[in-house]
Design a protein around this ligand. Structure first.
Ligand code: FAD
Length: 323
């Protein structure tokens, strides 16, 4: 079962997790434990982020390979194209496909600090849509090449279909990308990504269910038909909330912020963040979200508590049984 092709015999919506590549050997060790705990609840996939300008290419690939070799979980690779030439982007996609990765989150990526839009930093590929097309093109070429090889080896064979079987997710921004210039620009961009071959969208995190519900409704009215998976992160400390706001440019959730900053107890802060994320998860699922994508910060406890609170932990065993 996948988010794009749900199995309606499974009663609960699917869920997935986001990880980032570790920066030290100790962090890697603890990440393997986290992955083990997360894999046990049967996620649809786990995604691994990609450092700005390819800085984590090797370590991202290492985590994806760990998922392939040591778990039953489907790995999904984030890739960015900012600053790459066509040749480099082509080679990057090929390298991940060669490693057995067939699911991607195609992103434009952020420019280096201080660079202006239109600068050279953008490279040959100016948007995530172009990377979506490139991934499909590279995969199709590979499929054709391997069929030609097997046909010449066996003297026969079939011609592969031109659209290959890769999952290509894209990012969506319910409250607008920080650099958007008009309110419907993000919906137009999402529509362009769908036309380019995206099979699913994952949202930037948000703090109010109505932001997601409004965005999905406007996107669907504009012609978006791919599933839009809500991205949620439990803000389990004031520091984490500040970091999230800094990274995403999202508006401060006043009530959550007040409650997190209102106690010095680490346990109480974690409980506040989990309670907020659980309520949000329940609201978006009730409103028809096709599943949940949880940003883990490479820690399992908080996201597993959210799933349990939202009544999806039973889904874990159901999903595994029916897989
Ligand atoms: P695009 O879809 O090409 O554009 C995004 C939006 O930016 C558009 O909707 C448009 O409104 C606006 N925009 C784009 N170009 C312009 C322009 N020239 N002028 C004005 N506005 C413009 N980054 C990483 O480096 N690594 C990751 O692993 C990563 N993972 C992410 C996962 C998710 C779920 C999300 C939501 C974001 C992630 N990002 C990651 C951040 C992402 O790279 C940035 O948000 C980037 O600025 C935009 O990427 P995009 O793929 O959305 O680009």
């Amino acid at each position: 079962m996948t988010i794009e092709e749900p199995d309606h015999r499974v009663k609960h919506p699917p869920f997935s997790f986001e990880l980032f590549p570790p920066r030290t050997a100790a962090a890697a060790h603890s990440l393997w434990d986290t992955i083990h705990e997360l894999a046990a609840v049967g996620p649809d996939f786990m995604s691994v982020t990609y450092g700005a300008n390819g800085s984590s290419r090797q370590s991202s690939l290492q985590v994806l390979q760990h998922l392939r070799e040591n778990t039953a979980v489907h790995p999904l690779a984030h890739l960015t194209c900012v600053g790459s030439s066509h040749f480099e982007a082509n080679r990057l996609v090929r390298e991940f496909l060669d490693a057995g990765i067939t699911s991607f989150l195609a992103l434009r990526g952020d420019p280096p600090q201080g660079a202006a839009e239109g600068d050279q930093f953008l490279g040959d590929l100016g948007s995530a849509s172009e990377l979506v097309q490139l991934i499909h093109r590279v995969q199709t070429e590979r499929a054709q090449y391997s069929t030609l090889q097997s046909r010449s080896a066996t003297g026969g064979g079939h011609i592969p279909s031109s659209r290959s079987k890769v999952r290509v997710a894209v990012a969506a921004f319910p409250n607008g990308h920080p650099r958007s210039r008009r309110s419907n620009q993000d919906i137009d961009t999402l529509l362009a990504k769908q036309v380019s071959g995206a099979t699913m969208a994952i949202t930037q995190l948000f703090f109010h269910a109505e932001d997601y519900v409004r965005f999905v409704s406007e996107a669907q009215a504009a012609g978006v038909t791919i599933p839009i998976l809500p991205g949620l992160m439990p803000a389990t400390s004031p520091a984490r909330l500040e970091r999230i706001l800094d990274l995403t440019g999202e508006r401060r959730p006043e009530e959550l912020s007040r409650r997190l900053h209102g106690t010095d107890s680490i346990d109480r802060q974690a409980a506040v963040g989990i309670e907020h994320a659980t309520a949000l998860a329940t609201e978006v699922l009730d409103a028809g979200a096709p599943g949940l994508h949880l940003y883990t910060f490479n820690q399992h406890r908080a996201v597993l508590s959210v799933l349990e609170g939202a009544g999806l932990t039973a889904a874990a065993s159901t999903n595994k049984e029916s897989a």
